[in-house]
Design a protein around this ligand. Structure first.
Ligand SMILES: [Zn+2]
Length: 112
């Protein structure tokens, strides 16, 4: 907490930035580099977001969360590709089934 309270203040030292165009000199104080410091991690978070955005495809995304029983977690950890493929295929099958049932129910309802 002390380091964060002193972050980017004269207490941690610093140096002077001089503008090459106008000659204005401003103090630039050192950061604490504490991983919990919002001043220090704000720029790291921004850099992470920018680098992650570069890797994303130009499409919409959907977040999918699976909760596995505890007994299956060690198996999933050792066989990620197989387990994740099975989970995605199972989820897709369920989604198609539910979508088909919903459509069939709507058709039956409107036909009656
Ligand atoms: Zn800091």
């Amino acid at each position: 907490m002390t380091a964060m309270a002193r972050c980017r203040t004269a207490a941690l030292g610093g140096h002077a930035h001089e503008c090459s165009a106008c000659g204005l000199v401003l103090p630039a104080y050192n950061s604490c580099r504490n991983r919990h410091c919002p001043k220090c991690q704000g720029s790291a978070q921004y850099r992470w977001i920018e680098s992650t955005k570069e890797r994303l495809l130009n499409t919409s995304y959907l977040s999918v969360v699976f909760t596995l029983p505890a007994e299956l977690r060690p198996i999933a950890a050792r066989n990620r590709r197989v387990v994740y493929t099975l989970l995605m295929r199972s989820a897709a099958s369920v989604w198609v089934l539910r979508h088909s049932l919903a459509r069939a129910t709507r058709c039956r309802t409107t036909a009656e």
